[in-house]
Design a protein around this ligand. Sequence first.
Ligand SMILES: Nc1ncnc2c1ncn2[C@@H]1O[C@H](COP(=O)(O)OP(=O)(O)OP(=O)(O)O)[C@@H](O)[C@H]1O
Ligand SMILES: [Mg+2]
Length: 212
Amino acid sequence: MLIIAGTGQGKTTLTARLVDYRKRNIVFGTKKADSTYQDFIDRGFKRVQSIDEISHFDKRVLLWPEYRTTIREFKLRQAHEFKRAFDWAAGLGSWTIWNDEELYMCRHLGLTDEVAWVLTQARSSGLTMINGSQRPAWIPLESYNGSTHAFLANSNEAADAKRLADLGAVNSKELIYNMQRLKRYEYVYVNTRTHAQPVIIKVDDERRSLRG
Ligand SMILES: Nc1ncnc2c1ncn2[C@@H]1O[C@H](COP(=O)(O)OP(=O)(O)OP(=O)(O)O)[C@@H](O)[C@H]1O
Ligand SMILES: [Mg+2]
């Protein structure tokens, strides 16, 4: 699954609403501070600094290393801990990885290989990965052809729209036309495997449920 929306468009809020559909969830928290991570904690997620704190019984984990001294030290530790988590999940299978900041994970932490590997090998390894990105750039191409479900928010950038044409099974002109008319927090939902008509959805932040 792929979610593409600019900053503050509700990606993390949307992903928090979807975790009930999966049995074993590991969310990668990359921000220094983000109030929407509280949504996961409210849903029973245990915050950990590294995979060493995960027990056999845990089903909801928020891997969110805390900021300590410097940006460089923070990024080095994040790269180390998230890489270990990708390797751990690849070995185990059966988990759903919520990679809410795919662009940051790939471009800033240098974990494109891990992300692309899970995207191509996931099905046979019993893994599921949900990617969120602020732009459809700097993320591996496998994000498009390896995703069954895509949620796309408003975008006016021609280059971004061109990238989205890589999503199979949809008329890209019609998709872009509809995307450009979306309001805040609205998404076009596309199933890339079926020829079903894309639909517009919006997360109801107050009632905390999905409207069709
Ligand atoms: N459907 C919604 N209705 C009302 N408010 C919303 C909705 N979705 C998100 N918000 C609010 O908008 C703010 C940003 O949401 P969120 O953090 O989920 O965005 P994001 O796309 O993950 O941002 P970023 O790219 O910076 O991580 C939050 O304060 C959240 O409560
Ligand atoms: Mg977010």
